[in-house]
Design a binder for this molecule. Structure first.
Ligand code: SF4
Length: 233
């Protein structure tokens, strides 16, 4: 795991799989490939196979040992759903992805219960509510977070704790800027968005500030889509 990531919207990256295969014009300037080859040259064991798809089972349990909250970019260096990644391995990552939200909610709720107040905000994705081809397992893990949010909000309501979920659409990040630089890919990503552009991390600030504020004290168990209108169609 890399800590102190240079990607502005994340604190660290976590890659239970490394490597990928180029499958589309959007892969032409693959950031993950460039970095993997650099890390291989630096002698990092997880990148001993360069950009070849490689399972990293020693990384699977790492998030369950973290003691403090952090923003994690999962699989920044790979395609988790590559055909060479066995389903059983994806299943283990799926559980880590979902359990991370559950365990963080439990840990935060334990601190908030004695004071009889608190706001917890989960982050899923619009794929939790709309189908997206080639993302079925990812979609299922985001749907699980949404279902968990609804049920856990009921359990936490007697303690004065609000639990809500934000569902962002396709968001422009430092990591994706090379892919978006390809006009074909950029057009395909923007075309279904009525507001005519991809999101930015700043686009999520308003809703999160609201959900963390006293103004949202009567709002719980809800999901909030921030996607430029993508899911209206
Ligand atoms: S990581 Fe993404 S951009 Fe890179 S080769 Fe795989 S699919 Fe293409």
């Amino acid at each position: 795991m890399a800590t102190n990531s240079h990607i502005e919207w994340t604190d660290a990256t976590w890659n239970p799989v490394t490597g990928c295969s180029k499958i589309s014009p959007g892969c032409k300037h693959c950031y993950a490939e460039r970095l993997a080859l650099r890390l291989q040259a630096m002698g990092q064991n997880n990148y001993r196979n360069g950009f070849e798809v490689t399972l990293q089972p020693q990384m699977l349990d790492l998030p369950l040992r973290w003691k403090s909250p952090r923003r994690i970019f999962v699989n920044s260096m790979s395609d988790l759903f590559h055909k060479r990644v066995p389903f059983g391995f994806v299943d283990r990552v799926f559980h880590t992805n979902v359990k991370g939200n559950i365990f963080c909610t439990q840990a935060a709720a334990r601190l908030m219960m004695p004071q009889k107040s608190g706001k917890i905000i989960l982050c899923a994705s619009i794929v939790a509510v709309v189908g997206e081809p080639l993302l079925s397992i990812y979609t299922a893990s985001k749907g699980a977070i949404l279902a968990f949010c609804r049920a856990a909000a009921l359990e936490l309501a007697p303690y004065g704790i609000n639990l809500n979920c934000v569902l962002p659409g396709t968001t422009k990040t430092d990591m994706s800027k090379d892919v978006i630089a390809d006009p074909v890919v950029a057009k395909a990503l923007i075309e279904p968005i009525p507001l005519g552009r991809l999101g930015t991390p700043e686009d999520l600030v308003g809703i999160i500030q609201y959900l963390a504020s006293d103004e949202a004290s009567w709002t719980t168990g809800q999901s909030f889509i921030v996607d430029g209108g993508h899911t209206m169609k």
